[in-house]
Design a protein around this ligand. Structure first.
Ligand SMILES: [Zn+2]
Length: 212
């Protein structure tokens, strides 16, 4: 299975000024959508919104780190990547906990709030995709950001499907199913990033020992 998202940090030092500005805008959109989704998840009682928010958090962190650690030493980059992996995995545990709570105490999310937030999220994902599209073939990092953004649109659609199914069946089950699916997909890519960072960290510390 492919990565659900762009969880691996990249080196943005080769990017030009305009590409960097596009990444900053995409970062801000993802961060804003993350807070909106968490708030809407709380108000509506939707778990799939919360699961989807994890992805926005991961993306915002990925772009932030890629822009901030330009030119940093490899061991610094590996440490920052590991910190990001830990942060995302602990957030994933919180979402898993909420899913279990909902399984024990089923509740039908408020369809209107859930649907509205899902639409805003999809529009945000589509805007990121459109912003990145002119650069998709210009640079390997930009094209990977574009691909992630395309996956985000698919994930955004999944949350909308969940909202529609909640309305049609008047039940919380579709919400939990989509929430669980997104969580699995997302945790898999987060674990992969964490393993890669762990590997890099050992490689760089070993190298430092050899160099010393
Ligand atoms: Zn994403």
């Amino acid at each position: 299975m492919r990565d659900s998202c762009c969880q691996s940090n990249f080196d943005s030092s080769d990017l030009n000024h305009r590409q960097r500005i596009v990444l900053i805008i995409v970062l801000v959109i993802n961060a804003a959508t993350f807070f909106m989704m968490v708030l809407a998840a709380k108000i509506s009682g939707s778990t799939s919104l919360l699961s989807g928010a994890l992805d926005n958090l991961g993306d915002a962190l990925t772009y932030a780190i890629s822009l901030i650690v330009i030119g940093a030493a490899p061991f610094v980059k590996a440490r920052v990547a590991m910190f990001k992996g830990l942060l995302i995995l602990s957030s994933a545990l919180v979402v898993a906990y909420v899913i279990i709570l909902r399984l024990l105490q089923p509740e039908t999310p408020v369809f209107e709030t859930m649907g509205l937030a899902a639409i805003v999220n999809l529009v945000a994902n589509l805007s990121c995709l459109l912003l990145l599209t002119p650069y998709r073939n210009k640079d390997v990092n930009m094209s990977s950001a574009w691909e992630c953004s395309r996956n985000d649109v698919a994930e955004g659609l999944a949350v909308i499907v969940a909202a529609i199914a909640v309305w049609v069946f008047n039940s919380g089950w579709p919400d939990l199913v989509i929430a669980f699916g997104l969580l699995i997909m997302f945790s898999r890519s987060a674990i992969r990033v964490f393993q890669a960072a762990w590997h890099d960290l050992h490689l760089t510390t070993d190298k430092t020992k050899v160099d010393a």
